[in-house]
Design a protein around this ligand. Sequence first.
Ligand SMILES: Cc1ncc(COP(=O)(O)O)c(C=O)c1O
Length: 418
Amino acid sequence: MSIQSRMDLTNPSPTLPGGVLSALQGLPGRFIVRGHGGRCWDQFDQTYIDYICGYGPIIIGHCNAEVNQAVIQQLELGIIFPSYTTLHYQLNATLKRIFPYTDCCLFMKTGSEAISAAIRLARAFTGRATIFRCGFHGWHDAFISPYTSWHLFEADPFPPRYIPGIPQDPTAALVVSWDGEDFQQLADLFQAHRPSVAALILDPIQLREPFEENLRQLRKLTEEEGALLILDEIKTGFRVSLNGVQGLYNIKPDITVLSKAISNGFPLAVVLGQPKIMGLIQSARIMGTYNNELVSIAAALKTISILERSGSITRLWELGQKLIDGTNEILNRYRLIEDIQAVAYRWPCMPALWFHQHSERAQNLKSSLINELARHGVLILANHPSFICLEHNKQDVDDTLAAMDAAVLSCLTTINNQ
Ligand SMILES: Cc1ncc(COP(=O)(O)O)c(C=O)c1O
């Protein structure tokens, strides 16, 4: 049965809930029906170079044959049993080898729930309640940020906002946002909340430059305050380096949270820590029906083995840098570089097309350029990290740059004709 005949996409239901992924931006009525490597296709067989990559999980490429084979093999054996299996132990051992500061794993399904588990463990271990948070940590009540945007490369120009549906109750006061920039403010916060801070949880992409120095300062400060450092490596793990930001800068967190790239798109999140912390899982009653599900464990083992092949992550950096340099050359040529820039969202493996927050011209061009890029076969995010996968290649980058040139020209021509 063909993909098109399985679903009627000529008249998609207008009542589908929003979700993260809806119809293609700029291409109403077009939906992705299949993917392969670094590309995906809509129901009319139009091809797109995909830099959204599922918002980060696709690290090798869509529909990878080796990962699929591992998954099919597991499907034939069964996917959820009353005990751990050798696969769980294998993945635990693999993660211990890659993340040497940790010893035990808690397997879960989504990043948001793994963050909630990490927070509960930190509170249980320290006997303290307050959490300092920095960056994006998912959608759960206490951790969706009203203070800064989901994550920003520049400082947030907007005032704090109320998120409907989240009670403004005392638990909200136990979670304090820090912007990743002002260390004096952080020191003051520690002082104001001493000695009740259980942990600082950091999404590394929110931390400002000088990154390494700031990361070390955070580690030192948390140690001095008796608070845990939780590294939320959901975006950075297996992407900026195999062992994430902590491997790149040799930083020792107390708890690590991984997800996204660990299993090339299969739903898996992992909390990692020392036994003295992870031993509290049972008394803290952290459990879930699907925690032991095996298809994503099989996918993770295969994904990690592919990533461990020499040089794979270096390629993500190299292609990302090529995309950034080429894009900036085009933006410079069209005299747009003051308003729009391609940047490494801290690391070139996560390039971002950045429309400056304070530039009216940039804000006016934002959606038209993204839409025009989609029409030219490139799916990329605005003011958000985009993602390179291993199966993107030089030709994809060259095709992207040609599309960028045409898309910019088309947007400027439209503006000039208005
Ligand atoms: C750093 C970080 N933490 C947590 C999350 C939440 O993960 P999930 O969407 O799987 O709940 C995300 C998702 O983008 C993330 O980037």
